[in-house]
Design a protein around this ligand. Structure first.
Ligand code: SF4
Ligand code: SF4
Length: 303
């Protein structure tokens, strides 16, 4: 069996929906990334600008890199209106995907005759991961700014493995958004710009998760009941998969149920740790969760 086929089968055995390979070369979307930063669309995600140059070529992260293996894991797609984004239903994807990509590297190590050098990236390193996902044949960047796979849709977590192996690059998939603008129309805040940029400062996901300060007063009513994240643009995407087949098991369920805004406001730090340790919500912290809960309760009064 070819090494590439072995890696793809091994990735699927580990629970990934799909994996592909990109040959290393200069980044093609770096100018766009710089333009996005220059327009201020990154909001207060200052760390993105700090590591700007490192994103221009993965060899600045791992000098030995010859190929980037990109693996995508499905999480449940939004099928209901909920204050919580569907990706909060399971465990923190950073931890899960890092562990699985390390396992994948160990499996590859057993198959190759050269010493394997590798680095795992899951939002943990300055890598323009969506470009690598496209170059690895996993899909295209939709108007909403996220990767869309023709079969697995857009509710995907991405992880990368930088390796010192020359792997055959996967064929790219061309943009299939066509005339569709459903995500643009579904966005409550106008975050998706007509020139293909997404202004994070207006995006509900950014405002409820990444943004550290107060949520701008003018935008608050537009956020509706969003406590953590936003699935509106993925929910309407015709490529979105709603079945459960192939969802990575660690992201499948939430037990016990997620708390109401009122319950969030009543939480102590100990309650918060007990309920959210090991989930993506824990990175948010109780203070920001309670900021969001107070806003949601104000918005509910307007309904
Ligand atoms: S996540 Fe929500 S706010 Fe952000 S672009 Fe999508 S629909 Fe708009
Ligand atoms: S909703 Fe339409 S335009 Fe938006 S990403 Fe999906 S296919 Fe592309």
């Amino acid at each position: 069996m070819h090494l590439e086929s072995f890696i793809q089968e091994e990735a699927q055995r580990l629970g990934f929906a799909v994996a592909g390979f990109a040959s290393v070369g200069p980044i093609q979307t770096f100018d766009r990334f710089q333009e996005w930063l220059a327009r201020g669309y990154a909001g207060d995600m200052a760390y993105l600008a700090r590591n700007e140059v490192l994103r221009s070529h993965p060899s600045l992260l791992a000098p030995y890199v010859k190929s980037v293996i990109v693996a995508a894991a499905r999480y449940p797609s939004a099928s209901r209106s909920d204050p919580w984004s569907n990706y909060t239903l399971g465990k923190d994807y950073h931890d899960i995907l890092c562990g699985k990509l390390k396992e994948l590297a160990e499996s590859i190590r057993g198959q190759v005759s050269v010493p394997l050098l590798s680095r795992v990236c899951v939002d943990t390193a300055p890598l323009l991961e969506r470009e690598w996902a496209c170059r690895a044949g996993l899909g295209w960047i939709g108007r909403q700014g996220s990767l869309v796979h023709p079969e697995f849709g857009c509710c995907l977590f991405l992880g990368e493995l930088l390796v010192n192996l020359e792997l055959e690059a996967s064929p790219p998939i061309s943009d299939r958004c066509g005339a569709c603008r459903l995500c643009v129309e579904a966005c409550p805040t106008g975050a998706i710009q007509s020139d293909g940029f997404v202004d994070a400062r207006r995006c509900v996901s950014y405002l409820t998760i990444e943004h550290k300060g107060e949520i701008p007063v003018a935008l608050r009513p537009l956020l509706g009941v969003s406590l953590f994240g936003c699935d509106r643009c993925t929910k309407v995407c015709p490529r979105n998969r709603t079945d459960a087949e192939g969802i990575m098991s660690q992201f499948a369920a939430s037990d016990p149920p997620l708390p109401s805004p009122e319950a969030c406001l009543a939480m102590t730090e100990a309650d918060f740790d007990l309920r959210f340790t090991g989930t993506a919500v824990h990175r948010l912290g109780l203070k920001r969760l309670q900021r969001n809960a107070a806003m949601v309760m104000e918005n509910q009064k307007l309904e």
